[in-house]
Design a protein around this ligand. Structure first.
Ligand SMILES: O=C(O)CCC(=O)C(=O)O
Length: 283
């Protein structure tokens, strides 16, 4: 895979650990992003955890994506090599237990045998484990590869999350305006917001400019039929998708093929062994 960071030291750390933290937004940017959020927050549903790309209101998403992207663009161009924006959203964690976002990986949106995809997650306030920072499982991006479809991806770690939290999860404390840039295959998640204010972050999902943008989906209810439809986005409008349905109503979207979904199920022993093997092989 080609490098994504301009700075070789950031690239090295990103390759080894699956993430880096860098300065991203200025104080001015943060003020502007909070204004954008506040001006449109009535469009967000009242849930514990919410990402604006999940909104049913396409007009809202058409406004939010370019506004966040315009602010993030200059830093992305400073730090990263030839990077395209897939979607730019607010990730909102309200106060209370229902705001947990359990351990998971990012959905697949290109051919991951050829290209990496990555996200810049940036809180608009200082965060730690009490008010909704991210936790990551360092190096987990190297353990296995599979297509992660949307919606309803059946995650291989679904039965062992408590073990993973206890044994591997690392708290990433961050200052407002810093970005955690992480590989989409890195396992990550966030705990409940027990602070005294709503936690707002931006999520810029990114990929190499030369990579094709795909969505892997199936609406088939038959558990024995694992065929996925692969849609390619020829226009910059991925952020308008309805995450629960096929994107075939979106301008410039083409069904380009099919892929097979693989259902994996890891036990605690499977995971620990994969991790140990990865360390001893120094992959
Ligand atoms: O904002 C958060 O707390 C979690 C966001 C996240 O993990 C994701 O969108 O993949």
């Amino acid at each position: 895979m080609r490098a994504i960071f301009k700075d070789p030291e950031l690239q090295r750390r990103y390759e080894v650990e699956g993430y880096v933290v860098v300065q991203f937004y200025s104080e001015e940017d943060i003020k502007e992003l909070k204004n954008i959020f506040n001006a449109m927050s009535s469009e967000l549903e009242d849930r514990g955890f919410y990402i604006s790309i999940m909104s049913k209101n396409v007009e809202y998403k058409k406004k939010v994506h370019p506004l966040i992207k315009a602010i993030a663009q200059k830093r992305v161009d400073d730090i990263l090599i030839d990077t395209a924006f897939v979607s730019s959203s607010f990730a909102v964690k309200n106060i209370g237990e229902s705001s947990i976002f359990d351990l998971h990986q990012g959905v697949t949106f290109t051919d991951e045998n050829k290209f990496e995809t990555y996200t810049a997650w940036t809180p608009l306030l200082d965060v730690d484990k009490n008010n909704g920072c991210l936790f990551v499982l360092p190096r987990s991006h190297k353990l296995w590869k599979q297509i992660k479809k949307t919606p309803d991806f059946i995650s291989p770690i679904r039965n062992i999350k408590e073990h993973l939290w206890n044994k591997y999860a690392v708290e990433i404390k961050m200052k407002a305006g810093e970005a955690l840039i992480f590989n989409h295959n890195l396992i990550h998640g966030s705990k409940a917001n027990n602070g005294n204010t709503i936690r707002i972050a931006t999520l810029n999902a990114l990929m190499p400019k030369e990579a094709p943008l795909y969505l892997y989906t199936s609406t088939n209810q038959d558990p024995n039929d694992r065929e996925l439809e692969v849609y390619q986005f020829h226009k910059d409008n991925y952020y308008t998708i309805d995450v629960l349905r096929k994107p075939d109503n979106i301008d410039g979207v083409e069904l380009v093929g099919h892929a097979q979904e693989e259902i994996l199920t890891f036990t605690i022993e499977d995971y620990d062994k994969m991790y140990e093997d990865m360390l001893s092989n120094n992959v």
